[in-house]
Ligand binder design. Sequence first.
Ligand code: DGL
Length: 271
Amino acid sequence: MSEHRPVGVFDSGVGGLSIVREMRRRMPGLDIVYVSDAHHLPYGEKSERFIRERAFVLADFLLGRGVRALVIACNTATAAAARELRERFALPIVGIEPAVKPAAEATRSGIVGILATASTLQSVRYEELLRRFGQFTRVLAQPASGLVECVEAGDLDGPHTRALLARYLWPLLEAGADTIVLGCTHYPFLLPAIRDFVGSDVRIIDPGDAVARRVEDVLGGDTGGSGTLCCFSSGDVVQQQASMSRLLGEAVVVLPLPEYPGMHRREASSG
Ligand code: DGL
C-alpha cells in the first residue's frame, strides 16, 4: 500500500474542521478524509452508548477508505469511545480532550473555565483529567448547550450566538477565571466573538495545533500526499457543503455517507 494513504478525521458535524484547519497548516501535503455525522448532531446531548456506536460506524467507514490513522476530532466522542476504538483497531488513533493541564499551568488567578458539551463534562475521562491536573486549580465546568448548532448554522457572531456566549462566559469571568478552555471542536470558530466578550486579558486555550502536532508525531513525520480533502456527511449534504466551504474559506465538496444515500434534508435525529 502507498505510504501516502489518507488520514481519517471525524466529528458530529463541521466542528472537527477546526482540527483539519490546523492539520493542513502544519502538514499541507496530507490527504484527509473527513466525516461529519450531522444527522446525529449534537453528540453532546446523546448517551455515551449511542456516541460509541456512531464512532464505530464512522471508524469502520474510514478504515474502508484505507486511512492510515484516525483522528477523533470531537471531545465528546473521544470521552465516549477513544478507549474502545483503540482496543478494536490497530491503527494510530488521536483524540482530543479538554485542555485542563495547559489551563492549570497558564492560570495566574488559579481559576479556569472549561466550555464543553454536557456529555464531555459528565464523562469519566473528564473526571480523570480533573483528578490528575486540577488539584491546585479551581476548575469551573460550563456546559454550553446550543453553541454547536450556532456554528453548524454559520451563525458565528449574530445576536443569538452572542447572547449564548454571554450567558456561558459571564459567570466564569465573574468567578475570577482568567483562562478559558475551548473544550469542543466547534468553539474555535466562535473565537472572535468569544475574544470580543472576554477582552484581551483572558487567555483562551484552543488545542487545535497541539492535536495537529500529535498527528504529525504519530505519522512519524511522513506527512506527504497531494493535500486533498474529501468530505462525507450523514446530514443534509447541501447545507453541510455550504457550511464547510464557509468555515474553511474554500469550495468543499461533500458526499453523502453511504448509510444515508438519500439524505438531502435533515430529518429528526434518531438518537
Ligand atoms: N464537536 C464536538 C466536540 O468536540 C461536539 C459537538 C456535539 O455536541 O455534537 O465535543
